[in-house]
Design a protein around this ligand. Sequence first.
Ligand code: 5GP
Ligand code: ZN
Length: 113
Amino acid sequence: MADCLFCKIAAGEIPCNKVYEDDDVLAFRDIAPKAPTHILIIPKKHIAHLADCTEEDAVLLAKIQLLAKLLADEEGIAKSGFRVVSNSGEDSGQEVAHLHYHLLGGKKLGDIC
Ligand code: 5GP
Ligand code: ZN
């Protein structure tokens, strides 16, 4: 989608610190990390937020959840604990209107994201 920051990152038009990529999803480090590990996982296709997802997206959403777990393993935070968060819509404080999941860990997590 034109004018979407994360679509531009997914298309390689804006650089990112990539940690994983395949045909469907991209994971990259948050530009303003709120924890030692702060990775964003996005679908490559534009979906504005979780509230817009349908049954058609079930496999994609499951894939993102499992990728979060895999990346937590790789980051060495699977045992110590981690959090996966997706803000959806205005009241959540969602800033970027392209579905994304925050993977956070590496410290005791308070009330963040
Ligand atoms: P939201 O508030 O929408 O759930 O989260 C958006 C996240 O995207 C924020 O944590 C913010 O730091 C991150 N972010 C915003 N712009 C960029 C960018 O250009 N590159 C990267 N890597 N992260 C970004
Ligand atoms: Zn987008």
